[in-house]
Ligand binder design. Structure first.
Ligand SMILES: [Fe+2]
Length: 276
């Protein structure tokens, strides 16, 4: 009973036919879905972790709805700083908001795991916010699941990455970390937002970011004023695999992957250097 799910983030869709920073983000999402159909059609679900619409346009959410109709697995959604909650809920339905928090928060219980999705978007802000009632909600959802591993997915990274965008991460993460620390088995905290791939441990917890579907960025470590370049690849999704004692995050670059130069077939044969 292996859990498998896909995380996509930072789709930055425009209304159909419009480009975002010269990129056809609709076509990029279509490529991502092609990759899911080809490689992850057996996954349990896909999470879209925010920045769905580049500027929160209703027409972009309509376009998103059209494109993801082709997804072969269930889709769960939360929001990022580029999203506009009222426009999203108008198109996708008010049921996407949690009755208690009013945000696009959600719990998924599956195959011995609990996955908690948190909506860290806040109108008018680029950095992320979890309001007090969301922190209370998180405490309650964690307390219900002390007997099983938990994976948290939200748009904003809580941990600083030593890069330029550190000042727009999750604002005041202490309450968030404090809540997570009430659970004995947090397997991953997965975010998008920064448009780069990273892994970290911070305060004893494991954090991951994926590059997502839009442009990625170069960075200069610990030089927040240094110029950075926008790069058109990779288009990247994360693939999370969960067994009772192991949680793995793989990264699938569905755009600008590496060139294949050979195929390995047949059973694996182990050889030592001396025997080879
Ligand atoms: Fe983004």
């Amino acid at each position: 009973m292996t859990l498998k799910f896909v995380v996509m983030s930072d789709l930055h869709l425009m209304p159909q036919g419009e480009l975002s920073m010269t990129l056809d983000t609709g076509a990029r999402l279509e490529q991502a879905i092609d990759a899911v159909i080809e490689r992850y059609g057996d996954a349990d679900f896909c999470i879209l972790a925010g920045d769905l619409a580049d500027m929160g346009q209703p027409a972009a959410y309509e376009y998103l709805k059209t494109i993801i109709a082709r997804m072969p697995i269930p889709v769960h959604i939360t929001l990022g700083n580029h999203d506009r909650r009222p426009a999203f809920l108008d198109v996708f339905g008010a049921d996407f908001a949690d009755a208690e928090t009013g945000k696009v928060d959600k719990v998924i219980d599956i195959k011995g795991y609990r996955i908690i999705m948190l909506d860290s978007s806040e109108p008018g802000r680029v950095d992320g916010v979890l309001e007090d009632d969301q922190i209370d909600w998180l405490h309650a959802r964690l307390a219900e699941a002390l007997d099983r591993p938990v994976i948290v997915v939200l748009h904003h990274n809580a941990n600083a990455l030593h890069i330029r965008s550190d000042d727009i991460r999750l604002l005041e993460p202490d309450a968030f970390i404090g809540a997570l620390k009430t659970h004995p088995d947090i397997r991953q905290v997965i975010a998008g937002h920064v448009h780069i791939t990273s892994t970290a441990t911070w305060r004893g917890l494991p954090f991951t970011t994926l590059a997502g579907g839009h442009y990625s960025v170069s960075f200069v470590v610990d030089e927040p004023e240094a110029a950075i370049r926008r790069i058109d690849g990779p288009g990247q999704m994360a693939v999370v695999i969960g067994t009772p004692d192991r949680t793995t995050v793989l990264f699938d670059d569905f755009i600008d992957g590496n060139t294949s130069f050979g195929i390995i077939e047949g059973p694996r044969v182990h050889k030592t250097a001396a025997a080879a």
